[in-house]
Write a protein that binds this ligand. Structure first.
Ligand SMILES: O=C(O)CCC(=O)C(=O)O
Ligand SMILES: [Fe+2]
Length: 212
């Protein structure tokens, strides 16, 4: 399943940024995982800073006719005019904070794109989750590039092929890790962050996106 390329170095980046990565060997997908883009100490600082400075919102969703609180807190940050609609919710973007501008510069350099928006999700405990979906909204373009940074408690990230039911994968998104999904990934694969009964610390995930 995995191509172990964790000993590869990219001399164009500081060692701490991209010295470790693995490409997931999944058909119809292009997914690269950087297990420690940021070290524990820096990740903790980022988590504290973002938890405090982001204007978190609790959205409500309609499931089988019932209105329920979305099982996580969210925020949408982006360039002016980059509104985001999903599951019937439209979010107007908040402006970039200093921390997010810095983070964007780092992940832009790794992904080789200019992200113009970021969806932030705060999973307060193991009851918070995100269900199966693909990030395939038309505004994300033909082959969406999604850069996903995780901070805080480790959660499982599950992947399943939309058409070949036997194809699945799971990886632990640890604090400071960065997962890059691009190419045809969103056409063929769905992903989720399931609930867990294990005790987990709060987790903040940022998915950087390019909105057309
Ligand atoms: O929290 C995660 O790791 C996944 C978030 C996600 O899939 C999304 O924001 O679209
Ligand atoms: Fe997603």
């Amino acid at each position: 399943m995995w191509l172990d390329s964790t000993d590869k170095l990219d001399a164009s980046q500081p060692l701490s940024l991209t010295s470790l990565y693995s490409s997931l060997q999944l058909s119809d997908a292009d997914i690269v995982f950087y297990p420690s883009l940021f070290n524990e100490q820096y990740s903790d600082r980022l988590l504290a800073k973002l938890t405090q400075t982001i204007d978190w919102r609790q959205d409500w969703i309609t499931v089988y006719g019932r209105s329920l609180p979305q099982p996580r807190l969210t925020a949408w940050v982006g360039d002016p005019g980059k509104a985001y609609t999903y599951s019937g919710i439209t979010m107007q973007p908040s402006g970039w904070t200093e921390t997010l501008i810095d983070l964007k510069a780092t992940v832009d350099a790794i992904a080789g794109v200019a992200f113009n928006s970021v969806l932030l999700n705060l999973y307060r405990d193991g009851n918070d989750s995100m269900g199966w979906h693909s990030d395939d909204e038309p505004e994300l373009g033909q082959n969406p590039v999604i850069g996903s940074l995780s901070l805080g408690g480790t959660r499982q990230f599950m992947l399943r092929h939309k058409y070949q039911k036997a194809l699945k994968a799971k990886l632990a998104l640890t604090s400071g890790s960065f997962l890059l999904m691009q190419g045809t990934t969103q056409h063929y694969w769905q992903h989720q962050v399931p609930k867990t009964k294990r005790a987990v610390s709060p987790r903040l995930n940022l998915t950087f996106r390019v909105m057309c």
